[in-house]
Design a protein around this ligand. Structure first.
Ligand code: MG
Length: 256
């Protein structure tokens, strides 16, 4: 009898410990962990830094070139060159502030493959047409699949066309919507995995959405949170992921 009671208490403790681990907010580095000497946003170096600090995920922004190469950059243009209307050859001479060329998604996958800690949080950018949104999405999914990296990628986008295509290609894809204008109920009905909304949406406009999303089984992610007070607020709300330019600060607050 004592043995049974002991075993029951032990399983309860283990379950609670598992729940605590699961409930722990995780760190996503925004455009990689770039705020370090020698690095740059959306660079291979920023991805390597994110991996080195054991981030849950490293976010990156993807565009497709006219010849179908998937290239990282935040804005539509880099140094005046429009990525989606340029060939990869035309982008080749461009350099980031740390001297790296603009990385391709393939190069990021090659870095990510060498470890088993940090996921790629792949943001597919809204392109200039629905056709290009769909094309960029299909090529991204194909490349990730061919590299055997399906399990190491979460997808995000502001474009409902990109998200719809990701979910159509596979309902197993982990897709979170960025644009902040769909309720958790709408996201759930459309087959999303989660929401990834701006801090003002989740703190000021719809503070109830984190709990509503959780109740529906959706994941919750907030961007871009760089200040201590905001980090504390979202941690106390039990958010799953915080996307930040200041991952070391967040790591300290989470006692990781
Ligand atoms: Mg982004």
């Amino acid at each position: 009898m004592t043995h049974v009671i002991f075993k029951t208490i032990l399983s309860c403790l283990l379950l609670s410990y598992g729940w605590i681990l699961e409930a722990q907010t995780q760190i996503i580095t925004h455009r990689g962990y770039w705020d370090k000497l020698g690095s740059a946003q959306n660079s291979l170096s920023s991805l390597e830094n994110a991996i080195r600090m054991d981030a849950y995920g490293s976010e990156l922004d993807v565009w497709i070139t006219t010849d179908g190469v998937l290239v990282l950059n935040h804005d539509e243009t880099y140094q005046g060159v429009v990525i989606q209307t340029s060939s990869s050859e035309a982008l080749a001479p461009l350099r980031l502030i740390n001297g790296e060329p603009l990385p391709t998604l393939q190069q990021c996958l090659d870095v990510a493959k060498k470890q088993q800690k940090t996921k790629l949080i792949v943001e597919i950018k809204p392109h200039n047409s629905i056709e290009n949104d769909v094309r960029a999405t299909q090529e991204t999914v194909k490349l990730i699949h061919e590299n055997g990296m399906d399990e190491w990628v979460d997808y995000i986008s502001f474009s409902p066309h990109v998200c719809k295509e990701l979910i159509r290609l596979s309902p197993q894809h982990r897709v979170a919507y960025l644009n902040g204008d769909k309720s958790p109920q709408e996201l759930k009905a459309e087959g999303y995995w989660g929401l990834d909304y701006a801090s003002d949406v989740l703190k000021e406009k719809h503070p109830e959405w984190i709990k509503e999303a959780k109740a529906l089984g959706l994941t919750t992610n907030v961007w871009t949170v760089n200040q201590v007070e905001q980090m504390r607020y979202f941690i106390s709300e039990g958010i799953d992921y915080i996307t930040t330019d200041n991952p070391q600060l967040l790591k300290g607050l989470l006692n990781l």
